[in-house]
Design a protein around this ligand. Structure first.
Ligand SMILES: Cc1cc2nc3c(=O)[nH]c(=O)nc-3n(C[C@H](O)[C@H](O)[C@H](O)COP(=O)(O)OP(=O)(O)OC[C@H]3O[C@@H](n4cnc5c(N)ncnc54)[C@H](O)[C@@H]3O)c2cc1C
Ligand SMILES: NC(=O)c1ccc[n+]([C@@H]2O[C@H](COP(=O)([O-])OP(=O)(O)OC[C@H]3O[C@@H](n4cnc5c(N)ncnc54)[C@H](O)[C@@H]3O)[C@@H](O)[C@H]2O)c1
Length: 454
């Protein structure tokens, strides 16, 4: 088969791949963007955007329920139909990516729908509905394949009509009861959404706490809020068997949990062998592709996004895209650094953090000093009253006198975190931070209270 010569092929057009292809196209390179599914990847169609629309709706219900104690009587009749309509019409255009394809083509990028595989050094073969297309690349190949939901090998699970995020996002009805397998960000966000819309929800999480990558204090606070909202949280237990007879029956620990629906949110996976990475010397038996600080994975091969293993977030994929694009264009761009990576889980309260947790800092041999303040004890927390659950925890490198990590739980925690991202990123001395004037009465003013404890 004759190969077409192009400058760059981008395999997988997640948020990073789409941004990178756009930038290279604008710079005048001949770029082929390949995606087997939808241009934009998981985030706009099955993840960040539609789930945060669901969260927005669920939060509106929670605030309306709080009104009766703060502002008078409010009649609430949850209705999933507006959520279904927003997700279908506003977030995903009914899971149609034509607008994204048009945007790419407008900057000269050629889009090919199909499954891309590296078949030789500098060569990509795309399996399309019209047969294979082969491209030879002058400048290189960028891998942005993202991840699929991982389905754990639990006896009886595989053949059931389980949900992952890809079925939960387009769901047109709220199940009356739901078991959520996995208490990470995906599991926690969906659990609270469906619970607030009326489902009886149980989370089964194998580690001993929710959001196991966050601070233990954040996990514990979220568990308290969830239990207060009648979400059952079962931790330290692994599901061993699933039976389906029209309802799901999950054996976990000493009990069998039953529910109408099962949502599997136990992490993500990608088959590297199917991507053909071995052809360019990249091991294909791991979970991630190792990259350097310019996102280089092999000679003339770059890997960006979740697959690089530096944090599975849209902002990370976009960050990688900028760095790899600059390298491909021969620009002297910044190198990747990861000492101040932020993330927010959009539960209510939100759980957000940047940099190292206390445990991570201690593992790295940092002489750690920590401080913790509770938001209900702040003026703004006192005023806010219902829904004021929250905390701010700071992790300081006591020798250097700078913050190396911070966590915020609370209303708008992802926004409050912004100030702490600046502090950790720029390594602002703690003494300088202590001199800041923080507006009264804001939630972020509690950062000052935490700093005073250091
Ligand atoms: C439910 C949920 C909620 C989330 N919420 C947030 C959030 O609020 N904030 C946040 O920052 N992150 C969130 N994330 C994570 C976020 O979705 C990902 O980190 C983000 O999509 C970046 O992924 P990526 O760029 O690596 O690729 P992806 O978005 O996974 O896209 C990869 C693309 O590559 C394609 N592809 C793969 N292999 C091939 C191949 N061989 N050939 C052709 N095409 C291929 C796929 O079809 C896909 O379109 C969430 C994730 C989930 C599951
Ligand atoms: N707001 C956000 O930024 C956001 C939201 C959702 C997802 N994400 C990203 O997407 C990725 C995937 O999220 P996720 O929540 O699916 O994965 P995760 O790996 O973060 O959490 C899954 C949890 O399920 C547990 N688990 C695994 N197998 C289990 C089993 N058999 N039974 C019970 N528990 C089990 C894991 O130990 C883990 O604690 C994450 O890396 C996250 O960064 C980000």
């Amino acid at each position: 088969m004759t190969a077409e010569n192009v400058d760059v092929v981008v395999i997988g057009l997640g948020p990073g791949g789409e941004a990178l292809a756009t930038r290279l196209g604008k710079a005048g390179l001949s770029v082929v963007g390949v995606d087997a599914r939808l241009v934009g990847g998981e985030c706009p169609y099955y993840a960040c955007i539609p789930t945060k629309m669901m969260v927005r709706a669920a939060d509106a219900l929670a605030e309306a329920r709080r009104a009766s104690q703060l502002a008078g009587s409010a009649q609430i009749q949850p209705d999933w139909a507006p959520v279904v309509a927003r997700v279908r019409d506003e977030a995903t255009a009914d899971w149609n990516d034509q607008a994204a394809i048009d945007r790419l083509e407008a900057v000269g990028v050629r889009f090919v729908r199909g499954f891309g595989k590296i078949t030789d050094t500098d060569e990509v073969t795309v399996a399309t509905s019209d047969g294979d297309k082969v491209f030879r690349t002058r400048k290189g190949i960028v891998l942005n394949p993202g991840t699929d939901p991982a389905i754990p090998p639990i006896d009886g699970l595989a053949d059931t009509p389980l949900w992952t995020n890809r079925e939960a996002v387009p769901a047109t009805a709220v199940p009356s009861s739901l078991i959520v397998l996995g208490g990470g960000p995906v599991g926690c966000e969906f659990a609270q959404v469906f619970s607030r819309f009326g489902a009886k929800v149980t989370i089964v999480q194998s580690p001993d706490r929710l959001l196991a990558g966050d601070e233990p204090e954040s996990s514990e606070l979220l568990r308290q809020v969830f239990e207060r909202e009648n979400i059952r949280v079962v931790t330290g237990v692994r599901a061993t068997k699933v039976d389906y007879d029209g309802a799901f029956h999950v054996s976990a620990g000493n009990e069998v949990l039953s529910a109408d629906q099962l949502l599997v949110a136990t992490g993500r996976t990608r088959d590297l062998a199917a991507l053909g990475v071995k052809a360019v010397g990249i091991p294909d038996d791991g979970k991630f592709i190792t990259v350097d600080d310019r996102m280089r994975a092999a000679d003339k091969v770059w890997a960006i996004g979740d697959i690089a293993g530096t944090g599975a977030f849209t902002h990370m994929s976009m960050y990688h895209a900028d760095i790899a694009a600059a390298d491909i264009l021969g620009e002297d761009g910044p190198r990747a650094q990861y000492h101040a990576v932020p993330h927010a889980t959009f539960t209510d309260p939100e759980v957000a953090s940047v940099g190292l947790t206390q445990a991570e800092a201690e593992q790295q041999g940092v002489k750690v000093r920590t401080a913790l303040t509770k938001l209900p004890e702040s003026s703004r927390g006192f005023i806010h009253k219902l829904g004021n659950d929250g905390l701010i925890k700071l992790v300081e490198d006591a020798d250097r006198g700078v913050l190396v990590g911070a966590s915020v739980v609370g209303p708008g925690a992802g926004e409050i975190l912004g100030a702490l991202v600046v502090a950790v990123h720029a390594q602002v001395p703690t003494t300088t931070l202590k001199g800041m004037i923080l507006a009264y009465p804001t939630f972020h003013r509690a950062i000052g209270a935490a700093l005073a404890e250091l």
